[in-house]
Design a protein around this ligand. Structure first.
Ligand SMILES: Nc1nc2c(ncn2[C@@H]2O[C@H](COP(=O)(O)OP(=O)(O)OP(=O)(O)O)[C@@H](O)[C@H]2O)c(=O)[nH]1
Ligand SMILES: [Mg+2]
Length: 222
């Protein structure tokens, strides 16, 4: 299911049909870089290294019969907060124009959703009206879980987000699925459905369940 090898990071414009940009946003240590690294390079370094500066990584996916180049921006929140639209670098301004924002939250932090709520108040960060996606990280830490899937789903819906996705950079569960789903949402704009990808059972991969807004309460019991 997951790629064993790193794909060629080909920046040749002629090799893709569409470019989809997205950005990671979330508290320091919420798992932004780990998720991106697992996706782009299939590695998970156990030791924590705070992100310094603004980075992006690219990956190519085949979606809906198109070759899509996905570009993902990553920056730690302390630096992200001071991003400027006009005065910043081209990289900064491209980051702000990203079509989707992945809000990462650590499922073991009881305050995690409050922290996402704080980030959402930074209106300047969403001036180009990106699609918002709530991404639970570290779902391998089951016994330390402090935020239920139901609470997170509810939060995502009430905060005008397009999806709730559970991931683990450590186990690899739903990592590729998450980026592919976000990419699909961007390509299918305007978004009409709320997408849920949950990690219900170990080894049981993913459940992709498009549901009409307001009708869904929880994932299927299995
Ligand atoms: N168990 C487990 N630990 C994880 C997972 N993802 C990240 N971590 C750990 O959480 C810590 C923070 O991860 P990072 O990916 O560096 O977090 P970040 O959001 O990029 O942090 P900043 O760059 O400081 O903003 C590291 O020690 C990671 O090893 C995961 O899926 N499972
Ligand atoms: Mg980081």
């Amino acid at each position: 299911m997951f790629r064993a090898k790193k794909k060629t990071q080909n920046t040749n414009t002629s090799t893709y049909d569409q470019l989809v940009s997205m950005r990671m946003m979330g508290e320091p240590q919420s798992g932004k870089s780990s998720l991106l690294l697992k996706y782009a390079e299939d590695v998970f370094p156990e030791s924590y290294l705070s992100t310094i500066g603004l980075y992006f990584k690219t990956q190519t996916e085949r979606l809906d019969n198109q070759t899509v180049k996905i570009q993902v921006y990553d920056q730690t929140e302390n630096q992200d907060r001071f991003s400027s639209i006009g005065g910043g670098s081209d990289l900064e301004s491209n980051k702000l124009r990203a079509r989707a924002v992945l809000f990462t939250f650590d499922i073991t932090d009881p305050q995690a959703l409050n922290k996402v709520e704080q980030l959402l108040k930074n209106e300047r960060a969403f001036i180009f009206n990106p699609i918002k996606i709530l991404v639970a990280t570290k779902v391998d830490k089951k016994t330390d879980r402090a935020i239920s899937a139901q609470a997170a789903e509810e939060f995502a819906k009430t905060h005008d987000m397009a999806a709730y996705i559970e991931t683990s950079a450590k186990s690899g569960i739903n990592v590729t699925a998450a980026f592919r789903a976000v990419c699909k949402l961007v390509m299918q704009q305007p978004v009409k459905q709320f997408i849920i990808i949950r990690a219900e059972e170990p080894g049981k991969e993913i459940i992709i369940k498009p549901v009409s807004e307001g009708t869904h309460t929880s994932g299927p019991k299995r």
